[in-house]
Ligand binder design. Structure first.
Ligand SMILES: Cc1cc2nc3c(=O)[nH]c(=O)nc-3n(C[C@H](O)[C@H](O)[C@H](O)COP(=O)(O)O)c2cc1C
Length: 343
């Protein structure tokens, strides 16, 4: 295939056009440092940050949310994702992120399907049923953040019966957003079924100028290439698959350049990546909290590997560095699935 051109978000050039998705509880500074180390992700993103919570912390002179850990200092480009339903609050936080934190992109979450965000706070994917409010949020944020670009991340609609992504896409563009990311499921679907890439592709004809970024189920370099080939997207975003495979971006980027796809790191190397990740988490949160936090990342690194079940069972209980290293030594899968097939 022809290598897709870099993605343009406002004046920002995203090259390669492969984005690391925001994932609450996962895509913190430690994870982003690991992803950056492998390369291949053109734009990285934080977890979603609640705008109202941010303002509250500010007013009470408390520390900024953990979710902004590292953001002020780390490499760019970097997107910070925020959520809420009040245009003024969103604008206030957006301005701070643009002016003080100097982030590259302020992204708005219009896709979160979790009850706490939708039913309780009328935010995230709940707003897909209120395009007028979406317009108000985006346009005020765009004004407040300029010249920093504002982007929106949506799902196809609230439910399969109320898919309205084509209409929403137009609202997003008209309100001044610089790019649109679409996860090809509805909120009601949560993560069930397959992402509907035909629907994602259809949105392209409803946008005039801004780029379309497709998201959903991309878990290999080959699928990334196929997304560009078949679905008319300007960029792609990868979420779950990169949690245990932060090198996936580099593999996808090579494939887009028409180069051979680099093999997965050996199991020894993967283990070292995980240990480095652990160190970053413990440096920030201390041994006890860091070890507990690391349980879920460690499970991701083992996913799909021969013997992963035992590792997961044991690592889910560790609460000190000593226990963590002992479980890694004993149970982290050492035989690669490929080697197993060959032996
Ligand atoms: C644990 C987890 C946390 C997520 N948190 C966010 C979030 O904070 N903001 C957001 O826009 N999407 C969030 N998502 C959705 C992903 O960004 C992405 O849209 C979705 O997982 C589909 O992509 P995938 O098939 O590549 O995983 C989250 C997904 C997961 C699995």
């Amino acid at each position: 295939m022809k290598t897709p051109p870099p993605l343009r978000i406002g004046d920002l050039v995203i090259d390669p056009p492969i984005l690391q998705a925001p994932m609450a509880g996962f895509t913190n500074a430690a994870f982003r440092e690991i992803v950056r180390g492998f390369g291949g992700a053109g734009l990285l993103a934080t977890e979603m940050v609640n705008a109202r919570g941010f303002v509250w912390l500010d007013e009470h002179e408390a520390e900024h949310p953990d979710r902004l850990w590292g953001v002020a200092e780390e490499a760019r480009p970097l997107a910070v994702q925020i959520w809420d339903n009040d245009p003024e609050t969103m604008a206030k936080v957006g301005r701070r992120l643009a002016e003080e934190y100097r982030v590259s992109v302020v992204d708005i979450n219009f896709g979160c399907p979790v009850r706490q965000v939708t039913e309780k706070a009328h935010s995230g994917s709940y707003l897909l049923r209120e395009p007028k409010r979406m317009h108000a949020i985006i346009s005020q944020l765009v004004k407040a953040c300029a010249p920093t670009p504002v982007t929106a991340k949506i799902r196809l609609g609230c439910s399969p019966e109320s898919v309205n992504c084509n209409e929403v896409a137009q609202v997003v563009e008209e309100a001044g957003a610089a790019a649109l990311t679409v996860h090809g499921r509805t909120a009601k679907d949560m993560f069930r079924g397959n992402a509907d890439w035909d629907r994602i592709s259809e949105i392209k004809s409803h946008l005039r100028n801004i780029p379309l970024i497709g998201n959903g189920d991309l878990d290999s370099a080959e699928k990334v290439v196929a997304a560009f080939e078949n679905y008319d997207v300007d960029g792609v975003m990868i979420a779950r698959a990169c949690l245990g495979k932060p090198w996936l971006f580099a593999q996808a980027a090579a494939a887009l350049r028409g180069e051979p796809i680099p093999p997965d790191p050996t199991m020894q190397q993967q283990r070292d990546v995980m240990l480095n990740h652990y160190k970053l988490v413990v440096d920030r949160f201390g041994e006890e909290k860091g070890t507990v936090l690391m349980r879920k990342y460690a499970c991701c690194y083992a996913q799909g590997k021969h013997g992963a079940r035992f590792f997961r069972m044991h690592v889910a209980k560790v609460s000190s560095a000593e226990e963590f290293y002992a479980v890694v030594d004993e149970y982290f899968p050492v035989i690669d699935n490929r080697e197993r097939v060959m032996s």
